[in-house]
Design a protein around this ligand. Structure first.
Ligand SMILES: CC(C)(COP(=O)(O)OP(=O)(O)OC[C@H]1O[C@@H](n2cnc3c(N)ncnc32)[C@H](O)[C@@H]1OP(=O)(O)O)[C@@H](O)C(=O)NCCC(=O)NCCS
Length: 201
């Protein structure tokens, strides 16, 4: 089965790797910017015209930013989104529900009773604890650790190597800096960083 990746940058190529590991053949990348095509060509792939493909292949978003994924998903309202892509080297516990277009990279571990919305990205070696929810287009970057009973809002970002302690809420569109330890709820739209995490600025 083939798939189209939207976004031909580094994140898109990583998502293509996940898709291939899941058994898909990547039909090509859609990108309306000017990505470096050399890394695509080295893997035998190219940019494709979405109008020529619509309806023929499922699409997946290969865009690192959650807000960008949300905007592009709105723009591409008529395409069929791929079922969740879970890398075979990710570990999935029981009672995990992922929305369409969600990508789980290699080494990620999701435990039990986890709900993720659509177009969520869970990066390599990230851990998501029990009873946690992730809103649409949320992003958990590599090596981040999300404890149990956490609520991550839509399009929020958990930076690489950050820790979110149990029972907390990270609001919609909020950003947790790389390496932060989150000990209090993070308001919607806020950016926090550091140990313990404090509002940046
Ligand atoms: C927190 C973050 C969102 C701030 O980004 P920003 O608003 O562009 O901030 P700046 O880079 O201008 O830095 C502002 C200040 O915060 C500090 N800072 C930035 N990120 C920090 C972090 N994660 N922890 C602690 N301090 C941080 C900077 O050193 C700088 O301090 P200074 O003014 O004393 O020099 C960003 O640095 C971050 O950590 N994003 C996570 C991204 C990530 O995980 N990427 C990995 C991709 S795989």
């Amino acid at each position: 089965v083939s798939i189209v990746v939207v976004g031909a940058g580094g994140h898109g190529r990583e998502v293509a790797d996940v898709a291939e590991a899941c058994g898909f053949v990547v039909a090509g990348f859609v990108d309306d910017g000017s990505p470096d095509v050399a890394p695509l060509e080295r893997r035998g792939l190219a940019l494709v015209d979405p109008d020529a493909l619509d309806g023929l292949h499922p699409f997946v978003l290969g865009l690192g930013g959650g807000a960008l994924r949300a905007a592009v998903a709105d723009r591409l309202a008529t395409v069929a989104w791929a079922d969740p892509l879970v890398h075979p080297l990710a570990s999935m516990g029981s009672d995990v529900e992922l929305g369409v277009g969600t990508v789980v990279a290699a080494g990620a571990r999701l435990t039990t009773n986890i709900r993720a919305g659509v177009h969520v990205y869970i990066g390599p070696n990230a851990t998501i604890g029990h009873d946690t929810t992730l809103g649409d287009c949320a992003t958990v970057l590599p090596g981040a650790t999300v404890s149990g009973n956490v609520a991550i809002g839509a399009a929020a970002t958990i930076g690489t190597g950050a820790n979110v302690l149990q029972g907390l809420t990270v609001g919609e569109g909020a950003t947790v800096g790389a390496g932060a330890v989150v000990t209090h709820d993070v308001p919607a739209g806020a950016t926090v960083a550091g140990v313990p995490a404090r509002p940046l600025g």
